[in-house]
Design a binder for this molecule. Structure first.
Ligand SMILES: [Zn+2]
Length: 165
């Protein structure tokens, strides 16, 4: 995947070129339909995410090391699968394989939060201070200021979060 579309810059493999494309004029259809589709440029993410992704501040560097934990803390659902872990047994080289058995679903849990660990979509119906406390209870190793900033940002910018209030 090292050949850039001359129209949009998307990276492709050679086998993805259009059949009527030539070696001197490589053209691709799966990205921009050979320049026929033009999307507006991506907007930078809102703050504080932009700073966390680009800054060399200590909290930003730490955020990038465990960004997946913050992502999990703010997710609406969890993945529900029966995973076949035997496929990776004795496998030492290459990336691990993710193979599932049966159906794949998203688990959101009940929206009631009484008497159980609060997580996923349940946290989005709590008032913000209680949601932040629950997220920190579930992720004691994460930075509370970062968590608070991201929660506020999502409340202001995420289209689904605004549906919860
Ligand atoms: Zn393209």
């Amino acid at each position: 995947m090292d050949i850039a579309c001359s129209s949009c810059g998307a990276l492709h493999w050679m086998v993805e070129k259009l059949s009527d494309s030539s070696k001197r004029n490589l053209r691709f259809g799966t990205c921009c339909m050979d320049g026929k589709v033009q999307l507006p440029p991506l907007q930078p993410p809102p703050e504080p995410l932009q700073r966390l992704l680009t800054s060399n501040d200590a909290d930003a560097v730490a955020f990038r090391e465990v960004g997946w934990k913050y992502n999990r803390a703010f997710s609406f659902t969890s993945l529900g699968v029966s995973e076949d872990r035997t496929v990776n047994e004795g496998f030492r080289w290459g990336p691990p394989v993710f193979r599932i058995c049966g159906d794949l679903c998203h688990r959101s849990g009940a929206l009631t939060t009484e008497g159980e660990i609060k997580c996923y979509a349940q946290l989005w119906v709590l008032e913000p201070r209680a949601a932040l406390e629950a997220r920190m209870d579930n992720n004691i190793d994460l930075d509370q200021d970062v968590m608070h900033g991201l929660q506020t940002m999502l409340g202001e910018h995420h289209q689904y979060v605004s549906l919860c209030f």
